[in-house]
Design a protein. Structure first.
Length: 439
């Protein structure tokens, strides 16, 4: 009888796929000792097999059709690291239908089509694991699924997109402009193939949808989660935030509310300089979880990059391999809850969010402008806690910038006030509002 092995087929071999090959080479002994069998790569699908690649990639295993991995008779586990919905979705579906286990790093796929794919996996009695899909190298999925299985999660918040955190960090610490910082994040392999998703909050929204299911047992329509990208943040906002003792961070926030809905949102926000999240720099991610019994806990680490992400993927392969070798399956539900208990909870409307806000108005520096703005804010019940004015009062500088921090206010009222202020013709550009998260 031949020695047991876990045979994998890679669908995709870019940043993460190449990291997987390096890790399998460098940690082969450790993995073998932990799993009790070696992991063997039997095929690799890429878009263009003729492309020049890292010498780690065995040219004789390359094919150009990822469906080959899903149908390969020697593959036990399909490892999907291509990204996107198409053809990744078809590859994963075909693999599961054929009784193969799947490990993926693809948050878009899990957030948008996970329900159908996970149910298919359950039906075919195979595993579909996705640790690398959220927060790269941080084992947050396994923590929610297993370590916190006895607790009720009452809130989670964090930084779950490395690229946007990297961009804001570099803009803050080095004064880089947005484009330069994005180019650096792309060169380091942090960004998605289409970085729009990193910048507009789409990638963080995918991750928050996955986390909300694991934390709160909720079926989540990812498109319904309100999101705002970091493209609304300017160097001016970063500098003003610093003057008030804050740092701007790209946040994802989830918590059940008292009325039975879920408050899920993705947006940049001001956090106090002294807070833990303010110290999460560059491509680092952090997820803060509050359990009803455990209390608060923070996990932080690399949220993107070849080796941290590959580590999460390969740990999933080890888990699947352990199941394969012991003949176990679905002992732990992939989404932490039994599928029949997952609930479709309503999401709280963005306008119902209550909190403090940072407001910036670029205005004509004329008598009475400040009074009018304050009046409109007051009319909407938005009260000002602190304010600074800069510029103006000279022929060379006829414009001024007003920045205000508010007391607690309803987001819908803040939006209504800003729309009215922008109609007054005292402003020289659209007014800005960013949330302040003090917790
Ligand atoms: P990548 O560097 O762009 O690599 C994608 C790979 O998939 C490439 O090898 C590409 O082939 C192949 N591919 C794409 N479309 C294909 C098709 N239609 N047929 C065959 N092969 C195809 O992407 P990545 O950064 O490794 O990311 C992969 C996945 O991991 C994504 O879901 C991403 O969201 C996720 N992820 C990435 C990170 C990270 O830090 N990069 C972290 C966590 C999760 P070619 O090589 O020929 O172009
Ligand atoms: N583009 C993603 C990020 C990769 O920057 O966080 C990790 O999921």
């Amino acid at each position: 009888m031949s020695e047991p092995r876990v045979r994998i087929g890679l669908a995709g071999c870019g940043v993460v796929g190449t990291g997987i090959l390096q890790l399998l080479r460098d940690n082969a002994d450790t993995i073998g000792a932990r799993l009790g069998a070696p992991i063997e790569v039997v095929g690799i699908a890429v878009r263009d097999p003729s492309k020049v690649r890292d010498p780690l990639v065995p040219a004789d295993l390359l094919v150009d059709d990822p469906m080959t991995m899903a149908r390969h008779e020697d593959v036990d586990v399909v490892v999907e690291v291509m990204g996107g919905l198409d053809p990744a979705g078809a590859v994963v579906r075909t693999a599961l239908e054929g009784g193969k286990h799947v490990v993926t790093a693809n948050k878009a796929l899990i957030a948008e089509a996970g329900e159908e794919l996970l149910e298919l996996a359950e039906e075919r009695r195979v595993d579909l694991y996705f640790e690398a899909a959220v927060a790269g190298g941080i084992p947050i999925i396994r923590t929610l699924r297993e370590a916190l299985a006895s607790d009720r999660i009452v809130a989670l918040s964090g930084i779950v997109n490395g690229t946007s955190n990297y961009i804001l960090s570099r803009m803050t610490s080095e004064g880089l402009d947005f484009g330069e910082a994005l180019a650096e994040a792309q060169a380091a392999g942090y960004a998605e193939a289409d970085p729009t998703l990193d910048i507009n909050g789409g990638d963080a929204r995918h991750k928050l949808a996955i986390l909300a299911t694991l934390a709160f047992g909720a079926r989540v329509d990812v498109q319904a989660i309100p999101m705002e990208g970091i493209d609304v943040v300017s160097a001016l906002d970063i500098a003003f935030a610093q003057r008030f003792g804050y740092v701007i961070k790209p946040l994802a926030i989830g918590r059940p509310t008292e009325d039975g809905s879920l408050d899920l949102r993705v947006h940049p926000a001001l956090v106090p300089e002294s807070s833990v999240l303010a110290s999460i720099h560059g491509a680092l991610n952090a997820v803060h979880i509050r359990g009803a019994m455990m209390g608060p806990a923070l996990m932080s680490g690399p949220g993107a990059g070849a080796l941290p992400t590959a580590m999460s993927v390969v740990s999933d392969i080890v888990d699947v391999g352990r199941n394969l070798l012991s003949g176990a399956h679905a002992r732990v539900p992939s989404r932490a809850f039994r599928a029949s208990t997952l609930q479709a909870l309503p999401l709280r409307k963005p306008s119902e969010h209550r909190g403090r806000f940072y407001l910036r108005f670029d205005v004509h520096d004329r008598m009475g402008v400040l009074g009018r703005i304050a009046n409109v804010l007051g009319g909407f019940g938005v009260s000002i806690e602190q304010m600074v004015q800069e510029g103006g009062r000279s022929a060379e500088s006829p414009h001024a910038t007003l920045v205000m921090l508010t007391h607690d206010a309803l987001a819908g009222d803040v939006r209504g006030a800003l729309e009215e202020i922008d109609r007054l013709r005292h402003t020289t550009g659209p007014s800005r509002a960013l949330r302040i998260e003090d917790d």
